[in-house]
Design a protein around this ligand. Structure first.
Ligand code: ADP
Ligand code: TYD
Length: 208
């Protein structure tokens, strides 16, 4: 099963992805925990290109190409081989992030994102958790971390508000795989919610 976490910066995706991986390993599953942009050596190199430097470093169109190139490498080298050997793959962000960040932050490029996705990726997750929360809380949490990867976080609160609305709309668009999770609760409460939904999905006959 291929599981992804999506949502605005600071919503708790990395924390929840890690906790879910630990809980599923405890249940006896073989789990690969990965992230985007990145998740393979080549994609981690592209990560540095897209996350560091000036916010205007790349146009939205160039970013679509860079994020999709990174994703293709991640899929070929990490995700597909793991799924083929029966492992559970958990990714902190995947294509829904490109649909949101590059698809709607600077004009409406969603159709371009979707076309390139169809051509080069062609795979959706089986299960997606969209961690929803107030953008001010998310931004405060994200800013609380140290680091150099701030190109997108520097885009500010208004952008985060649009991303939140976009992620909620996306959940409506991909109803079969997307679950909106209230991220404004304690870490443990969110993790329990995510784990019970994942166990239910893994128990369904079509995931045998
Ligand atoms: P994301 O990957 O979505 O950007 P993180 O998991 O890195 O989010 O969390 C951002 C910050 O908020 C981290 O410092 C993390 O420890 C903290 N955090 C995560 N979940 C919660 C929570 N439920 N309550 C309070 N703080 C949290
Ligand atoms: P990430 O490391 O997950 O940051 P955070 O933990 O703060 O959520 O992702 C870094 C940034 O990359 C984030 O602001 C969203 C952006 N991003 C895109 O713009 N497009 C994409 O396709 C992906 C995967 C990420």
């Amino acid at each position: 099963m291929f599981i992804t976490f999506e949502g605005i910066d600071g919503s708790g995706k990395s924390t929840q992805a890690r906790l879910l991986a630990e809980a599923l390993r405890h249940d006896g599953h073989d789990v690969v925990l990965t992230r985007e942009p990145g998740g393979s050596p080549g994609a981690e190199e592209i990560r540095r290109l897209v996350l560091e430097g000036d916010p205007d470093r790349w146009s939205a169109e160039t970013e679509i190409l860079l994020f999709t190139a990174a994703r293709r490498d991640h899929l070929e080298r990490t995700i597909q081989p793991a799924l083929e050997t029966g492992r559970v793959v958990i990714s902190d962000r995947f294509a829904d992030s490109t649909r949101m960040y590059q698809g709607m932050s600077r004009g409406d490029l969603r159709a371009t994102v979707d076309q390139l996705h169809k051509l080069m990726i062609g795979r959706e997750p089986d299960l997606t958790f969209i961690i929803d929360m107030d953008p001010e809380m998310g931004l405060a949490r994200a800013k609380g971390r140290q680091g150099h990867e701030e190109r997108f976080e520097d885009m500010g609160l208004e952008m985060q508000r649009r991303m939140r609305a976009g992620f909620l709309a996306l959940a409506g668009e991909f109803r079969m795989r997307c679950h909106v999770i209230d991220g404004a609760r304690s870490t443990d409460a969110v993790a329990a919610n995510v784990l019970s939904m994942t166990r239910a999905a893994l128990a369904r006959p079509d995931y045998d």
